[in-house]
Design a protein around this ligand. Structure first.
Ligand code: PEP
Ligand code: MG
Length: 599
């Protein structure tokens, strides 16, 4: 929900690094894990308001009156939510609308009104009964093994509190200036309910990157730090604060000197932004004329829009379609998926330079991205388990509607279908057969679709990379997923902070697999791209180009820095660097060597 508008691996798992408070003469310094980069300056707005004081002063009526009040509140809050959902949908804020829709369903669930009535019988107090009812549901969710389900407990409490606040007549605080929303857990409605231009940053006590609050922050590119734990207790409403979404550093009540130091950083950030803005319309071409497509990794059509408009992406190299499946109660229908894919394909078709291709990856569920309505079951090793294409090939009820939606979207520009986690030719051919079946169904249903949709695979398993010369004969393209390829090749969990020193995309074993993959594609007249995090490393970009890569896909904010590096080098130089790199025996040595080369 996946992953900074930057991507994983850094975001794949929550890791509380460290937490310290330094001398009192300085600001309180808290360190968490930066997940969405950028510096934010604002005042703290604590999420998770305590209602105890209000509850003490609440004067309940008879049990019958309390039941009536509670029933009316459930209806009214659901109505209010519906109005906000409609407003968000109209404004194209789909993620927020989706989350609030899930909340509305939690209110309309008939079991909840029964539970509230039971609690009123016990407590005689409507707001308390509502809080208790949702709290007991939240606790049930919290006991679940699955991280995704555990994460939904916060939604339960959020809904309960929303209704209790209505019953207690509590209005939300007025927002003055920009705020940094902070909370051990942040109720999704807090972020979803605030205008984007009012939120400077987000601080989450929990380490979960699949929290809905983080998902929304990502789509809005709001600088975010997670995993600060008890650090939240050092903050009070209205405290001035500075947050660095890159380093994970947070300053509470900064001194003038600290502000000045950060102002410098912000000024540099602004200058760099202005400089990068000038590169937006320029091609990613080396000085001797070799060009590469710099495209974006996205989770929604709105991301595609921002990537093209703000960062000059020339298309989409990875639409993580599992985002379309998230925040929903059930499998999204073909028609709903079609609308999402069509919007992204149409956005890509507006590019004035480059291919304007929109590569849509079929859902990569499982591993670190579970879904409530797809039962994967308990697994010892979810990353090696029932996930991605393995699920799709067994679940035609999921796979066919998705393929049909993509094929139909292809009519509105240039689309490509990409299968995740493929390990052999058979999987690809089986999946391709599903594509043919999807086409046949579309013909029968009289629906229009594009017949020229390319079909390719992610190369993110060592098996696929080793078999690249064979696979290249069948596919239309490869896109190298280094986030997983590195973890599977080196047996290093991409989210484990303790062994992150081993997680290096310049490891010679990884480089050999990548080179083999690119060369195999080119030999068969196919194209190879990359959509793992490595693509956003400017030093990697130049050696990948020297290997013959045709497309680099990344979180959009990384595009300008990669483009700048490419525009300042010649292919002759890049090839020399590659030759040197391929002679080296150690990944750290390669990394250091590349960092010393300036152009
Ligand atoms: C990858 O593995 O490199 C990739 C892009 O896929 P994801 O990060 O979604 O697993
Ligand atoms: Mg992957």
């Amino acid at each position: 929900m996946a992953k900074k508008v930057e991507d994983r691996p850094t975001e794949s798992k929550s890791t509380v690094k460290s937490f310290k408070i330094e001398g009192k003469s300085m600001a309180d310094k808290i360190k968490g894990k930066g997940v969405i980069s950028g510096v934010a300056v604002g005042t703290i707005l604590l999420a998770g308001q305590n209602l105890d004081g209000y509850l003490v002063n609440y004067q309940p009526g008879t049990k019958a009156t309390e039941k009536k009040k509670a029933a009316a509140a459930l209806v009214k809050v659901a109505e209010n939510l519906k109005a906000t959902i409609d407003d968000y949908t109209e404004k194209g804020l789909k993620e927020q609308a989706g989350i609030l829709e899930a909340h509305r369903l939690l209110i309309e669930d008939p079991a909840i009104s029964e539970k509230v009535d039971e609690e009123i019988e016990a407590t005689g107090n409507a707001p308390k009964a509502v809080l208790n009812a949702y709290e007991s549901n939240a606790q049930l969710f919290e006991q679940m093994e699955d991280e995704y389900f555990r994460g939904r407990a916060v939604d339960m409490r959020d809904v309960g509190k929303r209704i209790a606040k209505f019953l207690l007549g509590i209005k939300d605080p007025e927002i003055v200036g920009k705020v940094i929303v902070a909370g051990k857990e942040i109720e999704p409605s807090v972020i979803a309910g605030l205008p984007t231009d009012k939120i400077a940053g987000v601080i989450l006590g929990a380490g979960s990157t699949t929290a809905h609050a983080v998902i929304i922050a990502k789509t809005r590119a709001i600088p975010t730090v997670v995993g600060v734990g008890e650090g939240i207790e050092q903050m009070a409403n209205g405290d001035p604060a500075i947050l660095d979404g890159e380093t994970g550093e947070i300053l509470i009540r900064p001194t003038d000197e600290e502000r000045t130091a950060y102002n410098e950083k912000i000024k540099k950030q602004e200058e760099l932004k202005a400089h990068y803005a000038q590169l937006k319309a320029l091609p990613a071409k080396t000085q001797d004329g070799t060009e590469v497509e710099l495209v974006a990794n996205i989770g929604s059509p709105a991301d595609a829009d921002a990537a093209i408009k703000n960062f000059g992406a020339t298309g989409v190299g990875l639409f993580r379609s599992e985002f379309v499946f998230m925040g929903k109660q059930d499998i999204p229908k073909e028609e709903d998926q079609f609308k999402e894919y069509k919007a992204a394909v149409e956005k890509c078709a507006t590019v004035t330079h480059g291919e304007g291709l929109c590569v849509i990856r079929t859902m990569d569920i499982g591993g670190d991205k579970p879904l409530p309505y797809i039962q994967v079951g308990e697994e010892e090793n979810p990353f090696l388990g029932y996930r991605a294409i393995r699920i799709s090939l067994q679940r035609r009820d999921l796979f066919l509607p998705q393929l049909k939606a993509i094929l139909r979207a292809g009519k509105f520009g240039k689309a490509a279908i990409m299968f995740p986690m493929v390990i052999n030719v058979k999987e690809f051919l089986d999946a391709k057969e599903f594509v043919e079946e999807a086409k046949r169904e579309l013909v029968q249903e009289g629906k229009e679709y594009a017949d020229n949709v390319q079909v390719g695979i992610m190369v993110e398993t060592p098996a696929a990379a080793v078999m690249a010369p064979i696979l290249a004969k069948y596919v239309d393209f490869f896109s190298i997923g280094t986030n997983d390829l590195v973890q599977y090749t080196l047996a290093v969990d991409r989210g484990n902070a303790q062994i992150s020193y081993l997680y290096n995309h310049f490891n010679p074993a990884v480089l050999r697999l990548i080179k083999r993959t690119i060369e195999s594609a080119n030999k068969e007249g196919k194209w190879a791209g990359m959509c793992g995090e490595m693509a956003s490393d400017p030093n990697a970009a130049i050696i990948l180009m020297a290997m013959g890569i045709k497309e680099l896909s990344m979180s959009a904010p990384s595009i300008p820095k990669v483009k700048e590096r490419i525009r300042n080098i010649t292919m002759v130089e890049a090839k020399k660097i590659l030759d040197k790199v391929m002679e080296m025996e150690d990944g750290d040595e390669i990394k250091k060597y590349l960092a010393t080369i300036q152009n």
